[in-house]
Design a protein around this ligand. Structure first.
Ligand SMILES: Nc1ncnc2c1ncn2[C@@H]1O[C@H](COP(=O)(O)OP(=O)(O)OP(=O)(O)O)[C@@H](O)[C@H]1O
Ligand SMILES: [Mg+2]
Length: 338
């Protein structure tokens, strides 16, 4: 079998890439640093380290927004630099399989296809696969079976709630918010409560260290912010309860959407979901106690997984490596000609 294959999940926060020739999954921040308007200065984790710290001459951005390509040229420049340097792969004539969100337009899906198809690397093939299907495969579920499964992927800018059976989507809902919205809520809550301005990286680390789906977590963390009254930087101890207060409304929006999808699920499929439990994945699923919160709301067991940021790319590996899953992929060129 061809060894020159790349499985790619271009997330809003992280790029996850599997390179068949090295057999490794790489996971780096989806960030690019630009100088002189369009010259790439750095990308990935190196560019992210510059975020909120760079001088005006270096512009640090996230070229994927809300799960879709916001800046085509920069994503293209960055992904091939990434594949060549970090994945150490041969990009010319390779096969690419790329995950795309479900509830986006055909034009937005085509942009993911064109990223590789309309590039200088002359790919052998470019296949797309819906993210929830890849998620389910990456969670170790046999997506070809006539068994209903519910997968909730909480990413950085998207939360995708999907019910899958026989390799197709029975129902799905793409919420245009995820971990980034939680960070913003933490920033505004701390500003309101303590008159303290904090950066996005600090908010993110508060969420990742102290975030919880249920009240009662007892840890705390010392952060640095700018006091709005004195204008000076100060240290302050933030409790897990404060973080919980900041994010609880966002979490209950996710709960409401899960409930709405469950209400619309056909009874036979719902029976399978109750039997197997709901699967949660994506980096956001790492919030402590989120599984318990969802169980309290739905009365259904919730399954978590190891390395949830990588389930999509693990699913793509499975789908491209096994002929019985090939039907789960599609080629944008033939789809548009239909
Ligand atoms: N321990 C943790 N607790 C809470 N959130 C976490 C934790 N670890 C990572 N995250 C969050 O997970 C998100 C990244 O997850 P993931 O890589 O699945 O998103 P993505 O695929 O880049 O985004 P999207 O799917 O929305 O395009 C970030 O918002 C990050 O802060
Ligand atoms: Mg994702």
């Amino acid at each position: 079998m061809n060894n020159n294959i790349y499985c790619i999940d271009l997330g809003t926060c992280n790029i996850k890439v599997f390179c068949k020739s090295t057999g490794k999954i790489l996971n780096e921040k989806n960030t690019i640093a630009i100088v002189n308007k369009n010259q790439m200065y750095a990308y990935g984790d190196v560019a992210y380290a510059m975020y909120e710290k760079a001088p005006e001459s270096i512009h640090v951005t996230f070229p994927i927004v809300n799960g879709v390509i916001a800046d085509f040229n920069n994503v293209q420049t960055m992904i091939f630099a990434f594949l060549e340097a970090r994945a150490k792969g041969k990009v010319h004539g390779a096969e690419y399989i790329v995950a795309v969100p479900t509830d986006i337009t055909e034009v937005e899906k085509k942009a993911f296809f064109d990223l590789f198809y309309k590039s200088k690397v002359k790919p052998k093939s470019v296949l797309l696969c819906e993210k929830p299907i890849a998620d389910a495969a990456g969670l170790g579920l046999d997506v070809n079976e006539p068994t209903g499964v519910m997968v909730v992927d909480i990413g950085a800018d998207t939360t995708e709630i999907s019910v899958i059976s026989l390799g197709g989507l029975v129902l799905s809902d793409l919420l245009h918010f995820g971990g980034n919205r939680l960070d913003e809520s933490i920033i505004s809550h701390i500003k309101r409560t303590y008159n303290l301005v904090i950066g996005q990286k600090t908010a993110k680390s508060l969420k990742e260290t102290l975030g919880s789906g249920l009240p009662g977590r007892e840890e705390s963390m010392i952060i640095v912010g700018r006091d709005l009254v004195s204008g000076l930087p100060i240290e302050l101890e933030i409790s897990a309860q404060t973080v919980y207060e900041a994010i609880k409304d966002n979490l209950s929006s996710i709960c409401n959407s899960i409930k709405m999808i469950l209400e619309k699920t056909p009874p036979e499929v719902a029976r399978d979901i109750i039997h197997a439990g709901i699967y949660i994945t994506g980096g956001g699923s790492l919030i402590q106690g989120l599984d318990e919160l969802f169980t309290q709301i739905t009365n259904i067991r919730v399954n978590t997984c190891e390395s949830p940021e990588e389930t999509v790319v693990r699913g793509l590996i499975k789908i491209i490596s096994d002929d019985k899953y090939k039907r789960l992929t599609f080629n944008m060129k033939t789809r548009l000609l239909k």
